[in-house]
Design a binder for this molecule. Structure first.
Ligand SMILES: C[S@@+](CC[C@H](N)C(=O)[O-])C[C@H]1O[C@@H](n2cnc3c(N)ncnc32)[C@H](O)[C@@H]1O
Length: 407
C-alpha cells in the first residue's frame, strides 16, 4: 500500500473513505476484555482481531479497500497491472498445456479490481478460465458481483463434464470465463495459478526480540484502568527460544523481528491446493530478515495506514486503521515450505511479462485517437503514468514477487 503512489494518481478531490459508524463492540474493548480476563495478548492475536473481527475488524468494516480507502495497491492504480497479469496468465496456461478449466485463485481479492482488469484485458485463456476471488471480508466480497458475472461456486468449480465421444468440444469446456467468489481457499485441487497481491502483509504476525538472555515476544496489556493498551514483552519458553536461535539470523539485542508464522501456513495451504501450476505472491518487504531489521529507523517494517497516510501506533485506533508488516521473504522457506523458485522485483516481473509493450500500445492509441478524447484514448495515455507508478523502484516497483512452481 503505497501512500505516495496514491498521491500520484488520485484526483485531488477524492472523497474521504466512507466508514460505517462505530460498531457497538469495538476492537479496543474486545482486546481489553480479553487482557482483563486472560492476561497480556500476543501481538498476532491483537492484529487478527483488529483487522478481521466479524463486527469490529478493520477489513470487516471497510467499504473500500483501495483508491477511495486508506491505501492504494497495484490493481487499484488502474487496469494496467491486470492487463500485464493477463499476459502472464496466458504464458502460464500455455506452459501447463492449456488446461480447461484453467483455474486462477486470487486470494485477498479486496473488492475485485484485479479480476475486473484481467477480464477486460481478454487474455487468450479466457474461454478456459475459472477465476476464483477469495476474500475474507463479507463487505468486500459483496462488491465482487458489481462488475463481474458471478456464478454459484458449485457450478463453476465442478470439473468439466467427461467427453463421451472423445471429441474436443464437451459440455463445460471452452465456456469460460467463470467467476466465483469465496470466503476462503477452495477445497478442490487446482490446476492453474494461485495469486495473492498484498495479502501476506496483512496476515497476523508475531513479533519477537532477542534479550541479553533468551528471547521475548510482543504482547499487549492494559495501560491503566481504561481500555487503552500498551506493549509488554513476555519471555519466550526455552524451547521457543531455541527454535528462534535455530531459524532466525543473528539480530542485535532489543531489535524487534517479525515472525511470519501465519504467512507460512497460508503458503503451505496454497501449495497443497495446486496439483500443477504456480503460486505467485506479491508484497512489500525484503529478501531477508537481516535486511528487514537492519533498516533505517524511519523505515519501520510494522506500519498502520489511515486516510492515505500513516495511522496511529499499532495498539491504538484498533479496528479503525490498516495494520501491516513488511515481509521477510527468507522466512517463506524450508523447512516449513519449499523455497520459491524465483524472487524478483515487481518492476522486473512486469517487464518480463510485457508492460513496456502495453505502454507503447497505449501511446499509439493516444496518438491515433487523442483528438477524440474518448475513454479508449484516455486509457491509452494513462498507461504511461500507471507504468511509472507500478515500476517505481522506490514504491510499487520495488515490491517483491515470489513464485513457486508445482510440481
Ligand atoms: C491489502 S488488501 C489487498 C487487496 C487486493 N489484493 C489489492 O491488491 O487491491 C488485503 C485483503 O486481503 C483480505 N484477507 C486477509 N486475510 C485473508 C485470508 N486469509 N483469505 C482471504 N482474504 C484475506 C483482506 O480482507 C483484504 O481485503
Amino acid at each position: 500500500m503505497d501512500a505516495a503512489a496514491a498521491d500520484d494518481v488520485s484526483p485531488a478531490t477524492e472523497p474521504e473513505p466512507s466508514r460505517e459508524p462505530e460498531p457497538e463492540v469495538t476492537a479496543a474493548a474486545l482486546i481489553a476484555g480479553h487482557v482483563h480476563r486472560h492476561g497480556p495478548a500476543r501481538f498476532d492475536a491483537v492484529m487478527d482481531l483488529a483487522l478481521y473481527h466479524p463486527e469490529a475488524g478493520y477489513f470487516t468494516r471497510a467499504v473500500e479497500a483501495g483508491r477511495r480507502g486508506d491505501f492504494i495497491t497495484s490493481p487499484e492504480v488502474g487496469p494496467l497491472f491486470g492487463a500485464v497479469l493477463a499476459r502472464a496468465l496466458d504464458t502460464w496456461w500455455h506452459e501447463l498445456g492449456r488446461p480447461d478449466p484453467f483455474v486462477v485463485v486470487e486470494a485477498g481479492a479486496g473488492r475485485g479490481a484485479l479480476a475486473i482488469a484481467v477480464h477486460r484485458a481478454r487474455p487468450a485463456c479466457l474461454a478456459a478460465l475459472t477465476y476464483v476471488l477469495v476474500e475474507s471480508s463479507p463487505r468486500l466480497r459483496s462488491r465482487h458481483g458489481e462488475h463481474l458475472p458471478l456464478e454459484h461456486p458449485s457450478h463453476a468449480l465442478l470439473p468439466a463434464a467427461p467427453d463421451p465421444d472423445g471429441l474436443d468440444v464437451v459440455a463445460g469446456r471452452g465456456s469460460g470465463p467463470r467467476f466465483v467468489s469465496l470466503p476462503d481457499l477452495p477445497a478442490l485441487p487446482v490446476s492453474g495459478v494461485v495469486i495473492a497481491n498484498e495479502l501476506l502483509d496483512n496476515l497476523p504476525t508475531r513479533v519477537v526480540r532477542r534479550e541479553e538472555e533468551g528471547w521475548a515476544e510482543l504482547h499487549a496489556t492494559l495501560a491503566g484502568t481504561g481500555p487503552a493498551l500498551t506493549e509488554c514483552w513476555v519471555a519466550c519458553t526455552d524451547d521457543e527460544a531455541a527454535a528462534l536461535d535455530r531459524t532466525l539470523p543473528p539480530v542485535p539485542v532489543g531489535v524487534p523481528v517479525p515472525l511470519h508464522q501465519e504467512a507460512r501456513r497460508w503458503i503451505r495451504r496454497a501449495l497443497d491446493l495446486l496439483t500443477a501450476g504456480r503460486l505467485v505472491v506479491v508484497d512489500y518487504g525484503e529478501p531477508t530478515t537481516a535486511e528487514l531489521v537492519d533498516r533505517r529507523p524511519d523505515r519501520s517494517w510494522l506500519r498502520t495506514f489511515h486516510g492515505h497516510d500513516r495511522g496511529r501506533p499499532p495498539l491504538e485506533a484498533l479496528g479503525q486503521q490498516d495494520v501491516t508488516v513488511d515481509v521477510a521473504f527468507d522466512q517463506l522457506a524450508p523447512p516449513a515450505v519449499p523455497a520459491p523458485a524465483r524472487l524478483r522485483s515487481q518492476a522486473d516481473f512486469l517487464r518480463a511479462h510485457g508492460i513496456d509493450e502495453l505502454v507503447e500500445e497505449g501511446r499509439a492509441v493516444w496518438s491515433e485517437r487523442g483528438h477524440l478524447g474518448d475513454l479508449v484514448a484516455i486509457e491509452g495515455r494513462s498507461r504511461v503514468r500507471e507504468a511509472e507508478a507500478l515500476c517505481d523502484p522506490t514504491g510499487l516497483g520495488g515490491f517483491l514477487v515470489a513464485e513457486w512452481t508445482v510440481p
